[in-house]
Every structure is written in C-alpha cells, then in structure tokens.
Design a protein around this ligand. Structure first.
Ligand code: NAP
Ligand code: ZN
Length: 348
C-alpha cells in the first residue's frame, strides 16, 4: 500500500477537503496511473450530497480520470509506463456473468464502481479520481488516442460514453431528428455526437444564454423550453430524444414531441421520481427508457471515434482548491460545459 493525495467529503453536508488515502500496490494485472486531470460529473455532486441515498463517507468522488501510466504489473500487455490512460465509472466486474459476456459490464451484479463501491482489494470503499494516483485492473483502463487533448478527453469516459451509447443503440444517424434536453456536461457531448452521426439536432435548454453555444456545438436548432409556442412547433416530430437533465422537470413535455414509435431515453438521474403521464406514451406507441454509461469495449470504441473525428469536451479547467465553488456553479447550470480539475494543483 502507499498513500495518495486526494479530496474527500466527510458527510452529505460537508465541503470537499484535502486528505490522504491508501492505494494498493499494483498486482500482476494492475496499471498504476498518475492522474493528470479529472472531470466533474453531476453524479459526483449527487453522490457527495447523498441525493441517491447510498453514499458512504468519507467519499473521494471522480470518475472521469485521465493521466499517465507510472507502473504496470507483470501480466499487463496493453500499457507501459508513460502511456496516456483513462478510467471511467467502472474499475472491476466478475467477467463471467451474462452481462460481462455481452460486454455490458455496467450491468454486472458484481461490478465495482470507481468510487463509493466495496473495495475488493483493501476493504472499505473505492476512492475516485479527485486524487493524484489510482491503481486499476488493466481490463478497465482505456487507451487514449494520441491526437486528443488530455484535459478535454477526460469527460469522454463518463459524459461521452453515457451519451454515445444510447444514441448508437437507438440508431441515431443521418435523416433522424434528435432532441437533446439540458445543455450541460452530458448534453453538450450528446450534441457533438448526434451531429457527428449526421442527425438533425435540436437542443432544449432552460438557459437563454446557451443558444449561440448550442449552434456552435453542432445543433441545427436551439429551443428555450420555457417558450411553449416554440416547443409546440416540434410536437410529434422526433425520432429520438436524450434527456440529460439533473433536476426535476416535466418529462411529458418531451414525450409529446416524439412521433409514432419514437423513444425518449433518460440518462439524467434526478434525486426525485419524475411523473409520467400514461397517455403521452399510449398515443403514438412511444417509449421511455434509460441508459447507464456503457461497457468497456464500447467506451474504447467511443474514444477511438473521438480520436478519428477530433471530438473532446468543452472544458473549464479548475484548481482542486476551487472544487466547492465549482459544485455551486454546476447547480446553477453555470458551466461551459464541463469542469475539469488540473491535478497539478493537488501536488502544489
Ligand atoms: P450538468 O452538467 O449539471 O448538466 C445538467 C443540465 O440540466 C444543466 O446544464 C441544465 O441545462 C439542465 N438543468 C439543470 N437543472 C434543471 C432544471 N431544474 N430544469 C430543467 N433543466 C435543468 O450535469 P451532467 O454532469 O451533464 O449530468 C446530468 C445528469 O446525468 C445528472 O443527473 C447525472 O447524475 C446524470 N448522469 C447519468 C449517467 C448515466 O449513466 N445515466 C452518467 C453520468 C451522469 P440547461 O441550462 O441547458 O437547461
Ligand atoms: Zn459521471
């Protein structure tokens, strides 16, 4: 074991503060990574404030990890010291269940999340990426295309895959009309992917000030969702809508924008249940579904796609000392469009 520097929350009501945590020495299959950047996902905030009711403290959040390999175990074949490497929301799974066999490790009943999951090696719970170092089984470490800026690529391993995966699954391609609800960390990646897949993309935002950005990011139209006339113009017209909103909102307003057999996929995970009106689904045989990040193979596919198409996240790089202020700004939808921690600030 060795000590790593980190930022942790002591309870649902405390700020994040500096701490030291134990990391395991790399085993044969492990890759040790010096963390250079870590994205800030709204899930970090939901977790830190125990909004999903399953938080364990102290908690070190962070699951958009990117850095350089510092050491590898003797059985590691994909990485060598000095390589760039990324780690998303998962660090382990049983590898044998039907979900793992189907490359859907995120649904493995024995999967280990990057933070707040039982730690099979050290006991206690896993600690995430708000830290200067991490040790992860090679199977869960992603290769980063050399063309990509490391800070901008960090959010790809959560915000990126979470939006890429459902759009691939629901056939977002040229000729499809696709909506994205909520222009935050996930939403802005959804716009980039839907545009790259050739779809006609419409952003729905509550923030009037994000109109120009929506178009710049690749949307064909931007609708301010408070404007009911503007919403009504799109009634019954969408093939697919991705809802990436972090808070309570009227999902029925979006279900009604789907045409026959259209699908709305929820990736946002608000604290409280959303009310769904039956008739919005009945008429038009529309469907509502969910999606959770993506498997490791698909995450690598997404990173390679980003490498080919030059896609990264639009980021605001912060020092780790500014993390608590960043959370407050994220709550106000005031981030363009992902905060990324420069981990050099943790070493200072
Ligand atoms: P984020 O950057 O904070 O973006 C959320 C966006 O939702 C905001 O930018 C805002 O967009 C909109 N919004 C916020 N409050 C709203 C309200 N009261 N009414 C309507 N719209 C509102 O968050 P994120 O990191 O993208 O995460 C979004 C959600 O996805 C979170 O709940 C997170 O936990 C979840 N998540 C799920 C997965 C998964 O695997 N399914 C993975 C990662 C994250 P506008 O300003 O454009 O309105
Ligand atoms: Zn996330």
């Amino acid at each position: 074991m060795y000590n790593a520097k980190a930022y942790s929350a002591a309870s649902a009501t405390s700020s994040l503060a500096p701490t030291a945590i134990a990391r395991r020495d790399p085993t044969e299959q492990d890759v040790q990574i010096e963390i250079l950047f870590c994205g800030i996902c709204h899930s970090d905030l939901h977790h830190v404030r125990n909004e999903w009711g399953n938080s364990i403290y102290p908690m070190v959040p962070g699951h958009e990890i990117i850095g350089r390999v510092t050491k590898v175990g003797s059985a590691v074949s994909k990485f060598k010291p000095g390589d760039p490497a990324a780690v998303g929301c998962l660090v382990d799974s049983d590898g044998t269940c039907p979900e793992c066999q189907a490359d859907l490790e995120q649904f493995c009943p024995n999967m280990t999340l990057t933070f707040n999951s039982p730690d099979k090696h050290l006991g206690g719970v896993t600690y995430g990426g708000y830290s200067d170092s991490v040790v992860v089984d090679e199977r869960f470490v992603l290769r980063v295309p050399s063309k990509l800026d490391l800070a901008g690529a960090a959010p790809l391993v959560c915000a990126g895959i979470t939006t890429y995966s459902p759009m691939r699954r629901w056939g977002v391609t040229k000729g499809k009309k696709v909506g994205v609800v909520g222009l935050g960390g996930l939403g802005h990646m959804a716009v980039k992917f839907a545009h790259a897949f050739g779809a006609h993309v419409v952003v729905f935002t509550t923030s009037e000030g994000k109109k120009e950005d929506g178009l710049r990011l690749g949307a064909d139209e931007v609708v301010v969702s408070r404007n009911t006339d503007e919403m009504q113009k799109h009634a019954g017209s969408f093939d697919f809508i991705l809802d990436a909103v972090s808070a309570d909102h009227d999902i029925n307003a979006y279900i009604n924008l789907l045409h026959r057999d259209g699908n709305l996929t929820l990736v946002g995970a608000p604290e409280k249940p959303l009310a769904v009106a039956a008739f919005g689904l009945l008429f038009g045989r529309r469907s509502l579904s969910g999606s959770l990040i993506g498997g490791i193979a698909e995450t690598q596919e997404m990173l390679d796609f980003c490498g080919e198409h030059g896609i990264t996240s639009d980021i605001e790089v912060i020092k780790i000392q500014d993390i608590n202020e960043a959370y407050e700004r994220m709550l106000k939808s005031d981030v363009k469009y992902r905060f990324v921690i420069d981990m050099a600030s943790l070493k200072a």
